[in-house]
Design a protein around this ligand. Structure first.
Ligand code: UN1
Length: 511
């Protein structure tokens, strides 16, 4: 692939290296024999990253455990001060880090920047939270007693993240875990080592301004699956947040359960939207286009299934097909590009396979296939819209690529049933101006997902809400609301301030 790189695309590696240097990533992070870090824009190698050895990984977890024991004694608002500084450093580095996300993960420029904005937002959220780790005071049945609950730091928090949100996912976990008094050991995707190195350099800068944090408070393990497994298996890691495929979760979940560690799992999504008869079709069209084609279909919240009411199908779907045919595909660095490259060849092959299966199942495929009208040598595809006779075959699973399966419906109750008839339960939405339908969709008998929206697509959630989903999505929640509780342990305290010893439940025991 390297020899076919055009001069303009060859600058990906140069630009990325300049950013890494500017952000303060040390030369020692690289080695000629290290793991190649590629850019999906051109397929070229940016750098060779020195990987963490198993011994180093275990030592890092040991340092993190020791760091936890010191960090937990720092008052939470003072821990928040560190995250405040991290947020400031991220603001200063936003352009560089966002650009690096584009270069290494292939996201378009505004999405690369948006990812860093999510990091900044969660830092702000966590700073506020550092003064609000509230417990309850609970009515006790005994006289002269008080009962309350206290939230304590938990320990080392492991974070395993995916390539598609290479830095934001770490921050949703780390910002909360750190104000909660935990230390953090991060195993980023082996496809996005450079953004992880850059993030670590930013963390170190914040730590320095803070006046130093315990050594090992934020560790990064770079490598493949074996390194992730060390984190999963280590009894010194009481909570682990893992983002990735359902297949990965099926491996990780039981291992954590075996040693009674807490699992925060963010696994696959097979997100759907319903377009009802009353929908604002212009708004729905824009919402669907972003949710289905944005990030080249590589978000866990990407819209993958679309149910359109029979009465509006022939108005909406031809318009959508047109948008699919005219959307700008290509180099994500270029202004106006909406669909950048797929991350790698395996992703391309997965897309091809799903489209073949869809055809066999009677699907009518619009778009799809490799898109070669790009100067660069990455894996670019035409997003595909597939009209399916029914929800079968590849529609039932998540293919991490821009494929939208479209189906007709007539009956509201039936479409809700179809909507929920897949393994995953991450995100969902309905486009309707009918209040009964909107409320029913988000009610107990409506969408079974962790996220259920009205008149916006399923992707692009804000950090203020709890993020995650049910069923094969794994059940974990990150980011906003009270997700912080997963990173702490709860103690129930009963205090007797009297001089008798009444027992609960009226039990008598006089000695
Ligand atoms: C992911 O794809 O792993 O809601 C997370 C969204 C983003 C997060 C996506 N805030 O689309």
């Amino acid at each position: 692939a390297l020899q076919s790189v055009s001069p303009s695309s060859a600058s990906v590696a140069e630009e990325a290296r300049a950013i890494l240097a500017r952000l303060g990533v040390p030369d020692s992070a690289f080695a000629p024999t290290g793991r190649p870090a590629l850019s999906p824009i051109t397929g070229e190698v940016i750098a060779h990253v020195r990987e963490t050895t198993p011994e180093e990984a275990k030592a890092a977890i040991g340092r993190a455990d020791a760091a936890f024991k010191a960090w937990r004694t720092i008052p939470a608002p003072k821990r928040g001060e560190f995250i405040r500084l991290l947020g400031e450093e991220l603001r200063a580095a936003k352009d560089d880090l966002g650009r690096l996300v584009t270069l290494e993960a292939g996201k378009i420029v505004s999405e690369g920047l948006g990812e860093v904005q999510e990091m900044i937002d969660i830092c702000d959220f966590a700073v506020g939270l550092s003064r609000q780790l509230y417990g309850l005071t609970i009515a006790t049945e005994r006289a002269d007693h008080r009962m309350m609950e206290t939230w304590h730091p938990l320990g080392v928090c492991g974070v395993i993240s995916a390539f598609n949100f290479p830095v934001a996912v770490w921050s949703w976990n780390a910002a909360l875990a750190l104000v909660c008094g935990d230390s953090v050991v991060w195993k980023p995707s082996e496809k996005t080592l450079l953004t992880a190195l850059a993030t670590q350099a930013i963390v170190e800068r914040a730590a320095k301004r803070y006046g130093g944090v315990p050594e090992g408070l934020c560790e990064v393990l770079l490598g493949g699956r074996e390194i992730g497994e060390i984190l999963v298996d280590d009894h010194r890691v009481p909570v682990l947040s893992a983002t990735g495929s359902t297949a990965m979760g099926r491996q990780v979940g039981p291992k954590l359960a075996q040693r009674f560690a807490r699992a925060i799992l963010e696994l696959g999504g097979n997100n759907a939207a319903i377009v009802a008869p009353s929908a604002d079709l212009d708004l729905a069209l824009r919402g669907i286009a972003f949710a289905a084609m944005g990030t080249a279909g590589q978000r866990c919240t990407t819209l993958r299934r679309l149910f359109v009411h029979d009465s509006v199908y022939d108005q909406l779907v031809p318009r959508l097909v047109k948008v699919y045919g005219s959307v700008k595909i290509g180099d994500p660095r270029e202004q106006g590009t909406l669909v950048g490259p797929l991350i790698d060849k395996a992703a391309f092959e997965g897309m091809e396979r799903a489209l073949d299966e869809a055809r066999t199942a009677g699907g009518k495929v619009h778009g799809g296939g490799r898109y070669t009208d790009v100067a660069a040598d990455g894996l670019y595809v035409r997003p595909a819209l597939v009209e399916m006779p029914k929800q079968t075959g590849p529609v039932l699973r998540e293919t991490f690529a821009p494929i939208l399966y479209v189906m007709r419906y007539t009956d509201f109750d039936e479409v809700i049933e179809q909507h929920n008839a897949v393994g995953a339960g991450l995100s969902s939405s309905i486009f309707t101006l009918n209040m009964r339908e909107a409320e029913a969709f988000i009610s107990v008998t409506g969408s079974d997902c962790g996220i259920a929206n009205v008149n916006i697509g399923p992707s692009g959630a804000e950090i203020g809400g709890a993020f995650g989903g049910e069923k094969e999505t794994g059940g974990g929640r990150e980011s906003g609301s009270d997700s912080w509780k997963a990173y702490m342990r709860r103690a129930t305290n009963t205090i007797n301030y009297g001089n008798t010893l009444p027992l609960a439940q009226g039990v008598k025991f006089d000695v």
